[in-house]
Design a protein around this ligand. Structure first.
Ligand code: SF4
Length: 88
């Protein structure tokens, strides 16, 4: 169905079959944005996307934030890392 945000990606290359950069980088970013749009349509809002419990059943779950899973982990690690105490 062409109304699905992932419709244009239904014939996309499988992981490991990506075209060479920089087209690959652009295509990957566009695909991640499409996944994010699909998740927003599916769940309704970003809080529900964050709380999505479909880890085992939905193939989009790992990319639901619209970034690569590695990027999400790095940002999360940085955010929750111990920080030096600043008094003033
Ligand atoms: S990961 Fe969750 S919010 Fe995204 S499409 Fe799948 S079920 Fe819907």
């Amino acid at each position: 169905d062409a109304r699905c945000p992932l419709w244009a990606w239904r014939l996309a290359a499988l992981p490991g079959e990506a075209p060479p950069a920089p087209e690959a980088r652009h295509a990957a970013r566009a695909a991640l944005r499409a996944v994010r749009r699909q998740c927003m349509n599916c769940a309704g809002n970003r809080y529900e996307v964050r709380a999505c419990q479909a880890r085992e059943s939905c193939p989009l779950w790992r990319c639901r934030f619209g970034v690569r899973p590695q990027t999400y982990k790095a940002v999360r690690r940085r955010f929750f890392a111990p920080k030096a105490l600043r008094l003033f």
